[in-house]
Each structure stands twice: as C-alpha cells, then as structure tokens.
Design a protein around this ligand. Sequence first.
Ligand code: PHE
Length: 462
Amino acid sequence: APASLTINGKAYPSDSWTNVPPSILKHYGRQLHIQPNHPISITRKLIESRFPGFKNHNALPPVVTVGQNFDSLGFAPDHPGRSKTDTYYINKSTVLRTHTSAHEVDVFRANESDGYTISADVYRRDAVDKSHYPIFHQMEGALTWDRNDYPSNQALLDQIKADYDKLPRHDLVVEDPNPTFHPQRNPLQEQHHSPEEAEIISAHLKRSLEDMVVTIFNEADKALAAAGHSSEAEKEPLKVRWIEAFFPHTSPSWEMEVWWRGDWLEVLGCGVIEQPLLIRSNVESRIGWAFGIGLERIAMLLFGIPDIRLFWSNDQRFLAQFEGGKPMKRFVPFSKYPAAPRDVAFWLPKTDSTPTVAATPASTSSAPSSAGGQSTEPAITITDTPAFHENDLMEVVRNTAGDSVEDVVLIDRFTHPKTGRESLCYRVTYRSLEKTLTNEEANMLHEQIRQELVTKFGVELR
Ligand code: PHE
C-alpha cells in the first residue's frame, strides 16, 4: 500500500487506519449540492428558502480531523460510529466527514450569524442498494440566541416566544406524545437552561422544521399532480410525528417522521444544542437548536427518483430533466436495463471464538439513519470476526463493479452443526443505469469479486 494518500493535491501519510478506497476518491470534488440545476442543489435551495436570514455555508471541504468529526461533538471514545467499519479514515487522526455536524464548532466559533446552514457531501461505509451510496449530502441547520443581547433572562425568553409566534402557521397533523425531557436519555441541561428556555427552544425548533416539511411535501404533491399521478393515498393528509432520539451533541433530541402517501419516512435528526459544545466554541452565552437532514432522500421524494446512483450520473437523459427556479417536475425514468443477479456463497475464516452473525440496528453507526435518510433496515453485522464485516464486502463490490451493482443482500446464512463454521450467501444484482450488461460482463465482475473475497478476507468459496 502507498505510504501516503493524495487528496485534492495534498498528501496525507497513511497508517493502519487508512481505509479510503479509490472508488470514493474518484468522486472527490463533484459537490452535487452546488451544481446548478442538479436535483440535490435544487433541494438544498428549497430548504434554505425556509430559513431566511441564515448564513449558508456550502463549500466546506470534506477532509476533517477526528477531533472535528467526533470529539468536538462530545462523541464518547468508544462510540461505535468511530469504527473503521463505518467511517472512512485517511489516517488515524483524519477522516472524510461522516456528517455536516463536523463543522458545527468551527462555524459557531466564527460567530458570524445567529442562524446558519451547512450543506456538504458526507461519507459513510454502508450497504449497497437503491437508497444507499457511500457519499451522500446533508444539510446542517442551527439557530442560537445570545444571552448577552438581552438585559435579562426574562427578556431573552420573551424574544424566543415572540420569534416562535412569528413562525409560519401550518395545518399539519403533529403527533408528539412524549414529554420534552427524559431524565436519563434526554435530560434538561439544568446547569445551562431553565425548563422554560429549553421548552420554548424545542417548540421553536419543531415548528420551524414542520414548516419546512410542509413546503417540501406540498411541492412534491404539486409535481405529482402535474405529472397526472393521483391516487387515494394522495388524499390522505400529511402527518408528522416526533420520535425520541439520541445524539451526543443535543439534549433533548428527536427524529422527525413524515406520513406521506402511506408510509412513515424518517426525515431528520435534531435537538437542543449541548451547551458544552457552545462553550468549546467560545460562544458560551448562546443557546439554541440544531438539525441535520439528508438531501438525497428528500430529492428522491420530491422528484420521484428511484435509484440513488442516478444523482452521480452524467447522462443528459437524467441531468436535462431538472431546472432550478421552475416548478418541480417529476423525473421521467428512462428505460430500465435488465438485471443480472449472481450469488456468492462462502465459509467465513475460522477464528478462535465461533463467529456469530448478529443483526444490529443501524443507529449504532456514527449518526442515526434519519439524518442520512439512508438506513431504515437493521444492518447485518458480523461480530467476533475482526477479519470480516459486511461493509467490507460492500466495499469490495463497489471497488470492483462500481455503479454497475444495484444491490447486495444477504439471502442465506448457516452454521455447520459440527464445526461451528459460518456460511454466508449474498445475492449481488448487477444492473447498469446506462446500458445492458452482457452475461459475460456480469460473470467477469462477479468472478473478480469472488476472488477479492478470498484474497482480502480468506473466505472459502462454496
Ligand atoms: N449529525 C446527526 C447525523 O448525522 C444529525 C443531527 C444534526 C442531529 C444536528 C442533531 C443535530 O445523524
């Protein structure tokens, strides 16, 4: 392996943590969120428009320190999100950001505005399917009030209430069954906030985000109607529910789910900013809220885009369909090329402890599903087998076959009753967005993947 990794002209010494593959670096600098007329960029602008007066940061580069990505936000030293199976490490102290929160402390420290957004590409090792891609885009939003701007705490409280009253009204049905605070999981930060302060900040946060989704989903409905789609589901009212969540950098915290056309969709994560974070940012007199939203999932809903790989396409049949500033139009899918499924079955290498395959919820990763909008299903994690993690297989597939693979699913697993050895079988579905893959092409890609699994992880093919 090379002794250093060059990213954007800068060489970073590599070490035993380095795990950024070429398939990721190849996309460096695409910045879909600022490409004019790209659906990710149109989505970003639509959301930004609901937060007038916020400063929009849209060009922060993706290489950050472990300190920025995790420590600055109060991630515990053993937080699972830090693991090499979830995060792309350039080296032990440098990563590709896993979320836009990595810039919160820097932006707070610059202290240029009460409200801001940060939109950017973020990177996570993850599954291969139609709604997961190892690079996606998030928008961070935060709003704070400075105690120093007010003669008394009462005056500050009155201001937040007045700001709350000025927020646009909506007729959304909102389910919010839980009390704001949970004594263990989501306590009031009692050293820093009065209960009234935390309550009104939470109310302001929720109503601001409810307004945003009303805007988004009304646009999506209009585009659907214009495209001549109408169904019974369409007549169901838009509903929102607030679910208790946990983030190291907010308390209390929530995820928002939206009921739209017959499904609950996880949309974002948010909460009242942990005061130690603001203290570290030298703005200890500020209090407020933050949220993080995944742009791909929203764009897929807005435009009816069926496969996340399309965002990376340079195909004019895709790109020419979008135009910012015009009313939203539904994406018209171009012809689908045939799928070529191929299975690979293998024995995991024998280890001292018997490997067990366990399903763990995706929320153990660096950041919960909502803000990525990426993982709704529990990921399968192969525990006790340091030599093999499901994300390693995903990466072999991505590095070998790139965007020619639509998804990878575990279809069978089996423990040999006598030897205790574990066998896994995955189905890899090959399907290009751009052309028909011949049988020979699919076979060749599949054989390469099989061999890589043997050389990289010492599996025994079945
Ligand atoms: N950083 C979180 C994530 O990526 C989202 C988030 C942002 C949550 C801001 C709370 C506040 O999932």
